[in-house]
Design a protein around this ligand. Sequence first.
Ligand SMILES: [Zn+2]
Length: 244
Amino acid sequence: MINLHNHTTWSDGRLTPQQLAEAAAVAGLTHIGITDHYLTRKLTHGHKCVDLHRLLDYIVEIRLLAKWYTGMKVLAGLEIDFSARTDLKPLLASQLLNQLDYVLFEYVADAEWYGYPLDDLLVIRSQITVPVGLAHNPLARNFELLLDAEDLVAILEDNAIFVELCPARRNAVFAPDGRPVLPYRYPTPYNEALWNAFSRSQVLFSIGSDAHHNAAEVAELSDAWEFLRECNLLDHLVTERYWK
Ligand SMILES: [Zn+2]
């Protein structure tokens, strides 16, 4: 089991990185990723973010923590709000993103959150040399009117962008019939076509619970795991490719 999407006291999470890693070790995870929020105007009222001046300290702290664990890999990630709420230019210019293990972008092509389009991510993709993924993206909802499922999968494959499955209820979306569903289980023909195309592709997948509050959340991963197993995609995990 892996969990590559978690928040700590570096941003709006309640657990310290050490408490988070301990929860992951107790749960028997092989990989735990820390992905605090990079500075975004989404988080203002009293919430911290990792800003450019703290980014190196953040990475160093995670690297030191990682040394404590032999049976589990502790990875340094960062979650970027891909919208006008984030000032990306100085971050890209600093090259610090490339000191991380990976970068997650949230709200890509998400109209509800005024996310920038996928094309904008493709423009900056080559400046990031570490793995890049889409955090908890309701792909079928965001892309159904924009791209054929096969074309979306081809773009993600060509640009080496991985897809995170987040089984947390807080990231559920409303299906066309009004029921809340997890994004990857969105019950439409487009989503079915999308996952069929994924299973024929080289696109990689991650699992992340987007934990913010407690140790139990760190281990709430089984639905995403089960879904990837149903799709025969467990051998397409990012961890298999990059951090075996
Ligand atoms: Zn998050």
